[in-house]
Design a protein around this ligand. Structure first.
Ligand SMILES: [Zn+2]
Length: 185
């Protein structure tokens, strides 16, 4: 299992075997249920136990905002912020020619279909701040130019709690170019 080294595995195995609190059968069932019962949402690609996930099925979410992420797992930290109430679309990766991933391997056709049927007003690109993330963002921005939606990209800059002296030049230059007026906050 990823993230569990030999020492942790040994500790878990011993705990399962020796502790009365370790409900091994229940854990086994839970793992089995998770492995078999969780599938990608047909709309957004997020984890779901039914055809459509909880977020897509939630009528109180703001349908005018559609946030595009690379992977379904990217939705988790965004949801934890609690500030975003729109919907999501996971591409299933990003354009990476070196890894032989082109636009046709991503859920871009599904995204275009959702824009037609759901009519969001703003597409927020929450993609990685690296070469592949940039390539994917540029590709999507080109593709969406003719559509009646505004396309935005999440800001890139300094991490919370970080000083300028610890930031690299690329981060700083992006923070500078993404600056905004203080009275707009
Ligand atoms: Zn969904």
């Amino acid at each position: 299992m990823p993230g569990i080294g030999p020492r942790s595995a040994e500790r878990i195995a011993l705990w399962m075997n020796q502790s009365r609190d370790a409900r091994a059968a229940e854990i086994a069932l839970a793992i089995e249920a998770a492995a078999e019962g969780i599938r990608p949402c047909e709309l957004c690609g997020f984890f779901s136990t039914g055809p459509v996930c909880e977020i897509c099925g939630d009528a109180s979410r703001d349908g005018s905002l559609l946030c595009v992420v690379e992977q379904a797992t990217d939705i988790l930290p965004l949801e934890r912020t609690g500030v975003y109430r729109g919907r999501y679309h996971a591409l299933g990766g990003r354009i990476a020619p070196l890894d032989h991933v082109g636009p046709e391997q991503l859920r871009i056709g599904e995204l275009m279909k959702r824009i037609e049927t759901e009519g969001p007003k703003e597409i927020i690109l929450a993609l990685g701040a690296d070469v592949e993330g940039d390539a994917t963002a540029n590709y999507l921005a080109d593709l969406l130019r003719e559509k009646p939606v505004s396309v935005t990209r999440i800001a890139q800059g300094l991490p919370a709690g970080g000083g300028l002296e610890s930031a690299d030049e690329l981060t700083l230059s992006r923070a500078l170019s993404g600056r905004r007026r203080i009275d707009n906050c």
